[in-house]
Design a binder for this molecule. Structure first.
Ligand code: SAM
Ligand code: SF4
Length: 440
């Protein structure tokens, strides 16, 4: 007789990588647990964490503190912290929060059934922050019928940008064999899926150390041939490793969407060198021009950091000038946050907090101007939209994305979810578009 399943609640912080990891957790524990969106009903409450900036880490620690109350009310509930903060803090987390049952690092997710068993058998909290060479990715879909899927193609990073904690909390770069990636995508397409986003910290260096010798453009070419794949995306691209071969894929491969996220971080050569990014401002601009030559109208988004140690007003002005020159369609921007173990945290010329805040405000004003102008250029155009679900902002409206990645909200029946429709863009907001459904 089948035992009734227990309830699993997962709170996810951070990037798409963490969203993917949470999906993997749900699949790995799927035999014994069903996902719930009601934390107060959880038998197992897992927090999948991010430590990229101190603020992200503080949010996690504050939630763990608040959950003491729930744990007191539901003593049978197991509470675990996984991901980057867990990897970084390990045993120290248990000392700060003795009500935790489980602390597991970036790769501990694949050992979760064993760790839970260990916790129940021993009655003691369990900590696992070890790294292993091979990762057993689990194939499957958390939401059956969902039109799009994230597929991890590599883990970790070897770049050691001087501000970044990722190589320390996610370990060295390891690519996943192409055959596994292709199988996972094929499975998804057989279930009616249409859009796949390939994930990795630096997808452009995919393939190193693999026996099959397939490069990232090679993998894209193989995937683009799969019947049923309508949209293919990838993130993140490191500008240094963006090859001309990869740029040409945007013209060559019909499913490859006309959007690239290409984090520049800064516009000053002095700061780029100190960040250990491996490209200059001029090289970045050259690649942007080449992308626009090969794929006119390609949407370009980026990440920016302000207040990196030693950043002068002139360096910052270079960043603003580069943003204007490229006219990014959207950007994520952050105040530099010193992270444990990283080289930049030890630099003596740290920038005072008020200066960082003031520069961030100026940068935000410029990017908002650029983002709105970019969205306004779409007004009046007819665009194909993959309907993803209900809009978070506009109750009752549907929500989807253009091939160039902008979010669009519009009226329509719910049975359109998962389908491709045509929409006339009527309204431009800062972070989304509004439209009306129409015939092509
Ligand atoms: N691998 C990607 C790359 O190379 O661009 C992005 C990795 S990271 C998860 C996402 C973004 O967080 C980075 O692009 C950077 O802008 C930002 N970031 C990373 N470390 C940071 C730090 N210490 N302070 C502020 N922002 C940071
Ligand atoms: Fe961090 Fe740099 Fe690796 Fe991106 S490429 S994850 S910013 S070290």
């Amino acid at each position: 007789m089948n035992r009734p399943k227990k309830n699993l609640y997962i709170k996810t912080y951070g990037c798409q990588m963490n969203v993917y990891d949470s999906e993997q957790i749900a699949l790995i524990l799927g035999r014994d647990y069903d996902l719930t969106d009601r934390p107060e009903e959880a038998d197992l409450y897992l927090i999948n964490t991010c430590s990229i900036r101190r603020k992200s880490e503080e949010k996690v620690l504050s939630l763990v503190g608040r959950l003491k109350g729930l744990k007191n009310r539901r003593p049978q509930m197991l509470l675990g912290v996984g991901g980057c903060v867990a990897q970084q803090e390990g045993e120290r987390l248990l000392q700060r929060a003795p009500h935790l049952d489980l602390v597991f690092g970036a790769q501990g997710i694949y050992r979760l059934p064993h760790l839970l068993h260990q916790r129940l058998e021993s009655g003691k909290a369990v900590v696992d922050t070890s790294f292993s060479a091979d990762l057993p990715y689990i194939s499957g879909q958390v939401t059956p019928g969902a039109p799009k899927k994230l597929v991890t193609i590599m883990q970790g990073c070897n770049n050691y940008c001087t501000y970044c904690v990722v190589p320390y909390v996610r370990g060295p770069e390891r690519s996943r064999p192409a055959a596994e990636v292709i199988n996972e995508v094929q499975d998804f397409l057989r279930q009616g899926g249409q859009e796949v986003t390939l994930l990795g910290q630096n997808v452009n260096s995919y393939g190193k150390g693999l026996a099959d010798g397939l490069s990232f453009p090679g993998l894209l070419r193989r995937l683009a041939k799969l019947p049923g794949l309508i949209r293919l995306r990838f993130t993140t691209s490191h500008p240094r490793d963006l090859s001309d071969d990869l740029i040409c894929c945007f013209a060559e491969l019909p499913p490859l969407c006309d959007h690239i996220h290409l984090p520049v971080q800064a516009g000053s050569n002095h700061i780029l060198a100190r960040m250990h990014r491996g490209y200059t401002r001029e090289e970045y601009l050259h690649k942007v021009n080449r992308l626009r030559q090969i794929c006119p109208g390609i949407s370009l988004t980026t990440d920016l950091i302000v207040g990196f140690p030693g950043e002068t007003e002139a360096d910052f002005a270079d960043t603003l000038a580069l943003m204007r020159e490229v006219a990014f369609d959207a950007a994520f921007y952050f105040k530099y946050s010193p992270r444990p173990q990283t080289a930049a945290a030890a630099l003596v010329d740290q920038i005072p907090e008020p200066v960082k805040a003031e520069r961030l405000a100026r940068l935000r004003t410029l990017q908002e101007e650029l983002s709105l102008a970019s969205n306004q250029r779409l007004v009046g155009q007819f665009k194909e939209v993959l309907v993803e679900g209900l809009s978070k902002q506009q109750n009752q409206q549907l929500c989807g994305r253009l091939r160039s990645n902008q979010v669009v909200n519009f009226d329509g029946p719910q049975d359109l979810i998962g389908r491709m429709v045509w929409v006339r863009i009527e309204k431009a907001n800062l972070h989304s578009l509004g439209g009306h459904r129409c015939q092509p």
